[in-house]
Design a protein around this ligand. Structure first.
Ligand code: NAD
Length: 512
């Protein structure tokens, strides 16, 4: 097939609007369940990425000039466009990522909700406001506002190809930036669809959201293209490379990285509810969820009951690519090697699989691992598969200690009927987000910031913090009237400093 023919297989609905630039090299995105080609995309080189960023610069200015109201209207048009085509997009997500259509609908729903929140709250969060000028500048008015950075680069993963990048894209756009988005090489069609949807819904500032496609080198080129900020979501090892590339141009970064999230089940927990949530948190999306539950620490009194409840539920799950399947194949075939390595390490170090433990092609059986030592890679490293370790602990304090003994710190969950106890554990959990008596819920609350600590990254998407993440604070003072004595002038009288020292002594000197 000639290059022209290859590129012509990219339909308008998938990637027709990805600008090819002078690119001749292409790559295929394939359906992980069947191997069928979903689309053919350009491998954008550094020149193509630079061109895209340069085209985004005037668009960023036009977009910023629209003001909060103009942007809110257009973001509403965009979310309306997505909401009217939920099934079309969900079908593409299903074909390219492998997750069930219903899960794709859930993911798109979250993204649409975040778009709505970001659009509605940008003016209040970022718009100019007066702050108290304080004693030393009492004759001035003081103003604070959060201004856009210009063009923001967004590099995304494949596991939630709509929701995850939209956490950066929606908030960056609402804050007044243009965005150049590099989707994962495993889900370029979804990225291209999102950009095509933008062009259709917001034709007057079509270049405010553009897509470049390719592999790591394309992402690295985006890091070096002079963007105002680079929002990266992906694994910690790639995050390090992104930071190194961004350091060359002092480009600030936002790092949304992996996790090894734990659930704590306390003595007084609703065990059935905890088991149900653990199974969903661990197995949905084939376990390919950054905030998925990978470890559970259960207190001794409820351990046996919890294990029985979990194993019974997991026994009813079947992976597949049909509508009835609980979850799909591993999106990235190589991830099965990581899962296999963790399973082998767990079982060879004294653990056992109570359920599952097998890998069949791209499908990993839902797996529950018991008695796995804390030193095992199945407990320490991100598995990113439909697996769960369940560990018996003395009490919730031991559970918290083990939860926090991780280099990651993205999210987690606590199950307890005592509100005070659960809230205390949640606050002391070393993670960016925690759900009490549910899993993953914080991701669906747009007002709550999303992000990790330690190797799970830094910076926040979502909520007011997520809007501010894509801005720079701008401070302005305006003199309202002149004072008889100006301390910041060579004309000040010699006695002024003594007078000032006396006043400070009166105001602050009494504090010991
Ligand atoms: P990955 O790190 O392999 O790739 C992420 C993106 O980085 C891809 O678009 C890839 O092309 C690009 N990339 C690769 N090398 C690069 C380089 N040198 N410079 C610039 N870009 C480069 O991650 P993945 O496998 O796509 O995603 C899975 C990971 O993402 C998991 O660790 C998961 O936990 C994490 N994740 C985190 C969050 C979060 O919000 N914290 C959300 C979803 C996924």
């Amino acid at each position: 097939m000639s290059l022209a023919e290859q590129l012509d297989t990219v339909t308008d609905a998938a990637a027709g609007t990805v600008d090819r630039h002078a690119t001749t090299e292409t790559f295929e995105s394939t359906n992980p369940a069947t191997g069928a080609v979903v689309g053919v995309f350009p491998v954008h080189d550094a020149a193509a990425v630079q061109e895209t960023v340069e085209r985004a610069r005037p668009a960023a200015q036009r977009w910023a000039d629209l003001g909060f109201d103009g942007r809110r209207q257009r973001l509403a048009a965009y979310r309306g466009y997505l909401a009217r085509r939920m099934h079309e997009l969900a079908d593409l997500v299903h074909r390219e990522n492998g997750k069930p259509h219903a899960d794709a609908i859930l993911e798109i729903t979250l993204a649409v909700d975040h778009l709505a929140w970001a659009g509605a709250h940008a003016a209040k969060t970022l718009g100019q406001r007066r702050v108290r000028a304080g004693m030393l500048a009492a004759n001035h008015a003081a103003y604070l506002e959060y201004q856009p950075l210009g063009v923001v680069g967004v590099i995304g993963p494949w596991n939630y190809p709509v929701f995850t990048p939209m956490g950066s894209i929606a908030y960056a756009l609402a804050a007044g930036n243009a965005v150049v988005f590099k989707p994962s090489e495993y889900t370029p069609a979804v990225g291209a669809w999102l950009a095509a949807a933008w062009r259709a819904a917001v034709p007057d500032v079509a270049d405010a959201l553009q897509v470049v496609t390719g592999f790591g080198e394309t992402g690295a080129a985006l890091c070096r293209a002079g963007v105002g900020k680079l929002a990266f979501t992906g694994s910690a090892p790639t995050g390090r490379k992104v930071m190194a590339a961004c350091a060359e141009t002092l480009t600030p970064v936002l790092m949304e990285l992996g996790g090894k999230d734990a659930m704590i089940v306390d003595d007084d927990a609703d065990v059935a509810a905890a088991a149900d949530a653990a199974v969903w948190g661990a197995m949905s999306n084939a376990g390919q969820t950054c905030i998925g539950i990978e470890r559970v620490y259960v207190t001794s009194p409820v351990y046996d009951r919890f294990v029985a409840e979990v194993t019974e539920r997991v026994g009813g799950l079947r992976p597949g690519s049909d509508d009835e399947a609980a979850y799909g194949p591993m999106t990235m075939a190589s991830q099965t090697d990581v899962v296999r390595r963790h399973l082998d390490d767990a079982t060879s170090s004294g653990g056992r699989a109570a359920v599952g433990g097998t890998v069949d092609g791209g499908f990993v059986a839902p797996t529950v691992l018991l008695d796995v030592p804390e030193s095992s890679s199945a407990v320490r490293e991100e598995t990113f598969g439909p697996t769960l370790t369940i560990t018996r602990v003395r009490d919730a304090e031991e559970a918290l200690e083990r939860t926090n003994a991780s280099s990651y710190g993205l999210a987690g969950a606590v199950f307890s009927r005592s509100r005070a106890r659960a809230m205390d554990l949640a606050r002391r959990m070393r993670s960016g987000m925690t759900s009490v008596n549910s899993v993953l819920t914080f991701a669906s609350v747009p007002a709550l910031p999303f992000g990790g600590v330690g190797e799970s990254g830094f910076g926040r998407i979502h909520g007011e913090d997520g809007l501010k993440e894509f801005t720079r604070a701008k401070a302005i003072t305006r003199q309202r009237y002149a004072l008889p004595v100006n301390l910041m002038s060579f004309t000040r009288p010699p006695a002024a400093a003594d007078a000032l020292a006396r006043v400070m002594g009166m105001v602050h000197g009494r504090h010991r």
